[in-house]
Design a protein around this ligand. Structure first.
Ligand SMILES: Nc1ncnc2c1ncn2[C@@H]1O[C@H](COP(=O)(O)OP(=O)(O)OP(=O)(O)O)[C@@H](O)[C@H]1O
Ligand SMILES: [Mg+2]
Length: 159
């Protein structure tokens, strides 16, 4: 069964975390980075400007990526050889069809490392069933993340 959003996710770990500052997002990114393994997918849901790229950057920085982490808005994917893990950062906003995922090497990226996926609703079937779902939101100036995923994430994201 494919999870289409955090609410329908089959995972058993659920949490909500406030993200009042960039520092809070960096802390969350570091916690995710710590638990990230090859084959893992992190789905970054949320409206325009909700903070998806910022959280992806925080994860990559925590994994030791130095220098710029551009938003893959136009390239759709940007890959990083971190010291411990190959990480492919996808932004599917401009994906025209879920069929394009094959051209973008999504299966290989998951075989070889971890993937971070902005706008996963463009190709929800591509996500593995054990994806970690993060739904970012900005409501009345208050930022937060709703988290859903496999139980093993509870030990990394004790919030
Ligand atoms: N926790 C936070 N605290 C303060 N500002 C934040 C936080 N998270 C993100 N921002 C700011 O919000 C803006 C939008 O963030 P970001 O680009 O990460 O959104 P996005 O969800 O990736 O948007 P898009 O849908 O366009 O890809 C940026 O200027 C970023 O610095
Ligand atoms: Mg973005």
């Amino acid at each position: 069964m494919m999870a289409e959003n955090p609410d329908s996710c089959a995972g058993t770990f659920r949490a909500r975390i406030a993200l009042p500052s960039l520092a809070a997002t960096q802390e969350l990114g570091a916690a995710i980075a710590h638990g990230l393994e090859p084959g893992n997918a992190v789905a970054l849901w949320g409206d325009l400007g909700a903070g998806k790229t910022t959280l992806a950057r925080a994860i990559l920085t925590a994994l030791g990526v130095t220098g710029e982490v551009p938003s893959p808005t136009f390239t759709l994917v940007q890959s990083y050889e971190t010291p411990t893990l190959l990480v492919s950062h996808y932004d599917l906003y401009r994906l025209k069809s879920p069929r394009e995922m094959a051209e973008l090497g999504f299966e290989d990226a998951l075989d070889q490392g971890a993937v971070l996926v902005e706008w996963p609703e463009r190709a929800p079937e591509a996500l593995p069933p054990d994806a970690l779902h993060m739904r970012l939101s900005l409501d009345d100036g208050i930022r937060s993340a709703r988290i859903a995923g496999p139980a093993r994430w509870a030990e990394h994201l004790h919030v």
